[in-house]
Design a protein around this ligand. Structure first.
Ligand SMILES: Cc1ncc(COP(=O)(O)O)c(C=O)c1O
Ligand SMILES: [Zn+2]
Length: 391
């Protein structure tokens, strides 16, 4: 029930059913739906009977009803109460949205299931993106499942596992000197040259639609109420702005009220453009020079949706916070020993962020807090080894 797309900056309207990248003004596009109709079909009682994947929210996803879904069983991940970790952090009402069980081990599966389904429906034969690792392997897996060719551009210093995995799915991998921003430049050039369908974060409008389902799931799993606060490890920020969009849609459909969770972006001290911009009161976040962190998903020096992230943080009365490499690894160990979850370092960053936000009074002891673990730690052994410490 996609009706059209709107520019997130200049509000220009774009038609559905054709390939889109960004608006002529350069800003990302957002998909819009017939929410009145969706509200009738998605009533909570109906939803409860649906399949345990993100496609349970099909009325607010862009894929036409008669198009082929490219699915590996993504989404509807557990929202796990975390009482022991919560006690350590002074947050007894803590829950963890555990995304590591998604296909290819991270929440990137959500965005790419929807983006690759749309690419196929719109007639693409080749899909491409730059990646810090997880998005690349997710694209490769969904392209394999769709019968499309994938081209993935990765920073040269990426852990070997991500290259092996992506190549195993049949994608062409190109290693690029520098960071994801450099890989993005090369990817965009090649895409233009060969006419490939580009799936870079927010450069096409449908990955964010897949990621927004995290917002629908949290609401549904909490009985259509929302938590007081959400902590999200922020690189490109697609999940954060996606959830913000989901809450707006759910309010329009009458599923939740006006109250929103306070949104907290967690970044690494070695790459914290959103934190800096938030603290300086800026509406955009300038390029972060010499970005460094072992949490490669957070090594994003410039986000296309920076203004959308900053807007959601401010409108929600949330904040942005940076944590150190040592705190990230300590967070991974703490969640593992307290709750039996082996998190990606990006999840560990949220554990560290929660402790700091509690200490500074941003989070109160009686807040219902949802913390995101966006991927499995099992893919990050190489990344975390230098910081793990002697046995
Ligand atoms: C495990 C993990 N967490 C978080 C992120 C950042 O996600 P986003 O781009 O939605 O901010 C990434 C991105 O690569 C990731 O792989
Ligand atoms: Zn525009």
């Amino acid at each position: 029930m996609l009706t059209h797309l709107d520019c997130t900056k200049c509000a220009k309207r774009h038609e559905a059913g054709v390939v889109h990248t960004v608006c002529s003004c350069g800003a990302p596009l957002y998909a819009r739906y017939d929410l009145a109709r969706a509200a009738l079909e998605m009533r909570p009682g109906h939803l409860a009977l649906r399949e345990p994947t993100l496609w349970r929210y099909r009325e607010v996803l862009p894929l036409p009803e008669d198009a082929e879904r490219v699915s590996l069983g993504e989404g509807f991940t557990p929202l796990l109460p975390a009482p022991r970790l919560g006690r350590h952090l002074g947050l007894p009402n803590l829950a963890i949205k555990e995304e590591g069980g998604n296909p290819t081990g991270s929440f990137k599966a959500r965005g790419l299931a929807v983006a690759v389904s749309m690419a196929k429906a719109l007639g693409a034969t080749d899909v491409c993106l730059p990646s810090a690792g997880n998005a690349g392997s997710a694209l490769a897996a969904y392209a394999a499942a769709a019968g499309l060719r994938a081209h993935v551009f990765l920073p040269r210093d990426i852990a070997r596992l991500f290259v092996m995995e992506t190549e195993a799915f049949g994608a062409r991998v190109q290693l690029v000197d520098g960071l994801i921003s450099d890989a993005g430049r090369v990817c965009a050039e090649r895409a233009k040259e060969h006419g490939w369908y580009e799936c870079a974060t927010l450069k096409e409008p449908y990955r964010v639609e897949g990621k927004k389902t995290m917002g629908y799931e949290i609401a549904e799993q909490m009985g259509f109420s929302l938590p007081d606060a959400i902590l999200y490890p922020t690189g490109g920020g697609t999940g954060l702005v996606g959830m913000w969009k989901a809450f707006e849609e759910m309010e329009a459909m009458g599923f939740v009220g006006k109250k929103r969770p306070r949104m907290y972006a967690v970044q690494a001290e070695g790459c914290a453009p959103i934190v800096k911009a938030f603290e300086e009161g800026r509406e955009d976040a300038p390029f972060w020079e010499n970005a460094q962190t072992h949490a490669h998903g957070l090594r994003v020096p410039k986000a296309l949706g920076d203004f959308l992230i900053l807007r959601a943080l401010r409108e929600s009365h949330g904040a942005a916070i940076a944590v150190s490499e040592e705190e990230i690894v300590a967070g991974v160990k703490e969640a593992a020993s307290a709750e039996g979850l082996f998190m990606a370092p990006e999840g560990g960053a949220c554990v560290a962020g929660a402790r700091k936000l509690r200490a500074s009074g941003h989070l109160a002891a009686d807040d219902a807090v949802v913390l995101f673990d966006t991927g499995t730690g099992y893919k990050y052994v190489e990344n975390m080894t230098p910081l793990w410490g002697d046995r």
